[in-house]
Design a protein around this ligand. Sequence first.
Ligand code: PMT
Length: 354
Amino acid sequence: MSVETTVTTESTFSAERYFATQPPPPSLEQDVLHVRQFVQRHAKAGRKVVLVTSGGTTVPLELNVVRFLDNFSAGTRGATSAEYFLKADYAVIFMHRQFSLQPFSRHYSHSTHPFLDFLEIEKVEPEQGSSGDGASPPYNITVTPSERPQLLEVLTAYKAVHKEGTLHTLTFVTVNDYLWLLRAVSHELAILGRNALYYLAAAVSDFFLPRQRMSEHKIQSGKGSLHIEMDEVPKILKPLAKEWTRGEAFIVSFKLETDPTLLIPKSQVALARYGHQVVIGNDLHHRKFQVVLVSPRNKQVDGDTAQPTSEGDSKYRVSWIRIDLAKDPKKEIEEDIVGELVRRHRRWIDSSEA
Ligand code: PMT
């Protein structure tokens, strides 16, 4: 089946027009205040800060929302990567879709590894001669022995991050929340210059329904088929790269495709169009063990490791990251992605100092 899509220029919002006509989320001011405090504290400490976006945005069809369109993403990529950035001593702003996976708690997702399944109830025998104080219950809750090593590791990292205050969490639901938050956070991160990294793993809606055209109440059925004309969401990467971050921050975006042959060409088009630093191409079915990093060639950032490639346009550097899950089932590809980006970000910072 082929699907025909048409986009008219009247329905293409510029970022400026978008923000002039669509209202900010009610919690924006509070959210920004907390981000400002977080960024200023870490800027003072000389720490690099990464904004990780994660999960899918929604597009509500009604003002009193009953129905909405959603974008695919469980939040695994973002939540996992955030942990590796924390390990690499970055302060992390984790901007995620409400109820999608989060760093640390992701290891105990209710659907894949439910927490309650490895807790055990142990009856405590009262000590001889003691009548008990009546306050504590005669039970202990313990962790199944086979689960203890992993829990200890996750809990230790989680407590350390809490103690150091290096993780700040923000939530969005709609594409409107996402756009307003991204712009506001980028203004706060601007004080870091090159020390800011953007890791845009969220799956962002391409079309939306402007508030002015939304039905107030639930759209009623019984009148035949439903036709909705949506406007195009402004491509936010361009103002982000050029204006909001003044070309200083290191910006990494993602490209999700279902046809793997499109990954490199589409990533190159995104780089040429938006002028940022890296696009990570991933295809839906192989994304957990294979991704491709595409970036404009830049000797200062690539270092001497950049090999010429026969893939795609030679103006771009193309590097694949692959892991073998059959050999090492516990390995997470995000460890290698983040490791590579941390090295490139370091060189990006050094290249301005040189
Ligand atoms: O969470 P998981 O289940 O692990 O899945 C992870 C993932 C597959 C969703 C993730 O790895 C991924 O590929 N995310 C990007 C999905 C995608 O292709 O999004 P996009 O085509 O909507 O956007 C591409 C890039 O442009 C993104 O970095 C986005 O932040 C940016 N964008 C998109 C729309 C828009 N209006 N402005 C933007 O700047």
